[in-house]
Design a protein around this ligand. Structure first.
Ligand SMILES: Cc1ncc(COP(=O)(O)O)c(C=O)c1O
Length: 357
């Protein structure tokens, strides 16, 4: 008889869903940045590394990074309000682990949203329920609260702005949720810098609010792997218990510290991406055959109806990789393009136009 070596729920979960995207010359599929942060700050980084000893577990970099991140987060946050790890993904996973009370425990989110909420909650042994957005991407906050306040629900998850739709949630509804539950509510602000909208200023008001952020998008450092949580100190203490002690490499901390010392480079780039997004949106709305959703992020989601999958293949053949986000019924036949360089955006629009010509 074959012995079961691992958790039964993992066996039942089936194989992990690998990110399957085409690897093409123009990668406009993962909401990455075209700015290479290493090239942008390499001299300053080398300078920082002069004083860093990688043979040691501890480094002065950690306290300096905390100081700079506190300054960046603002709104009265202190170092006790912060926790960091390997990307927003790692922070989501830490929260899911911390929220998993028992086998019956689950989290609730809205759908369609970030694909990997289910992946990581499953890995943490936490169930996940989704409430569908309405057809205009508004949502029923009463229904959400009903599920959130049910006994086995241990965590509410909201993505703002939302991936893959690109829209911002109604601030009134989010506040209504916060005011009417005592369950932890995680707001995923991975794309917040593109929208300028945040709930970080409400962390001091709500003891159950957890903000998750990333350095992969606005700070251009997807491959670096750095994300962080902002929450009240008692939550940080609990969530931290799910992490390994030296979870984030000193080299990554030193790099992020150098990025924050040079944050204008990245904030300028973010502003440029937002301007390019508006331009791309304008151009896409002029193409009659596609319908493009407005977006508060660095990507645009659109549909060419029945011709979406042919368009996806056509773009692939022309070395442009975008993402098919049509898995949820509300986004059937929808595709998502990340804002690229001005040249890539031009190429994308021209290639789409030629497809319909
Ligand atoms: C909504 C959302 N949350 C989290 C993440 C993960 O970000 P990170 O690269 O920081 O792990 C992504 C990545 O695309 C995302 O879209």
């Amino acid at each position: 008889m074959k012995m079961k070596l691992f958790r039964t729920d993992l066996l039942q979960a089936g194989p992990p869903s690998d990110i399957s995207v085409p690897h093409k010359e123009n990668m406009m599929c993962l909401n990455e940045s075209v700015l290479d942060p290493y090239q942008a700050i390499d001299e300053a980084f080398h300078q920082t590394m002069q004083d860093v000893r990688l043979n040691r577990y501890f480094s002065h970099v950690t306290s300096e990074l905390k100081r700079l991140l506190v300054e960046y987060v603002g709104h009265g946050a202190t170092k006790d309000n912060l926790l960091w790890g390997n990307g927003a993904d790692d922070m989501l996973f830490a929260c899911f682990l911390a929220a998993r009370e028992n086998d019956a425990a689950f989290a609730v989110s809205l759908a369609p949203s970030y694909f990997d909420y289910s992946t990581y909650s499953r890995a943490a042994g936490l169930g996940m329920k989704f409430i569908d957005y309405l057809s205009d991407f508004d949502f029923d906050e009463k229904e959400y609260l009903k599920v959130l306040n049910s006994p086995d629900c241990r965590l509410g998850v909201l993505c703002n702005p939302n991936n893959p739709t690109g829209h911002l949630l109604s601030a009134e509804k989010v506040l209504h949720i916060l005011e009417n539950t005592d369950k932890p509510v995680l707001i995923d602000e991975t794309y917040f810098e593109f929208s300028g909208k945040t709930f970080v200023d409400r962390v001091s008001d709500f003891s159950h609010l957890i903000i998750v952020r990333s350095f992969s998008k606005s700070f251009s450092a997807a491959g670096l792997r750095f994300g962080y949580i902002v929450s009240q100190s008692q939550n940080i203490e609990e969530i931290r218990k799910t992490q390994t002690i030296f979870n984030t490499s000193i080299m990554v901390q030193a790099f992020v510290m150098t990025m924050l010392l040079n944050k204008e480079v990245f904030l300028r780039h973010t502003a440029a991406v937002v301007a390019l997004k508006h331009k791309l949106y304008e151009e896409m709305t002029q193409i009659e055959a596609i319908k493009t959703l407005p977006s508060a992020t660095n990507f645009l989601t659109f549909s060419a109806g029945e011709r979406s999958s042919a368009l996806f293949e056509h773009l692939k053949q022309h070395e442009i990789a975008i993402r098919d986000v049509g898995a949820h019924p509300l986004l059937t036949k929808h595709l998502r393009v990340s804002v690229g360089s001005p040249e890539q955006n031009r190429l994308f629009v021209d290639t789409v136009r030629r497809f319909f010509a």
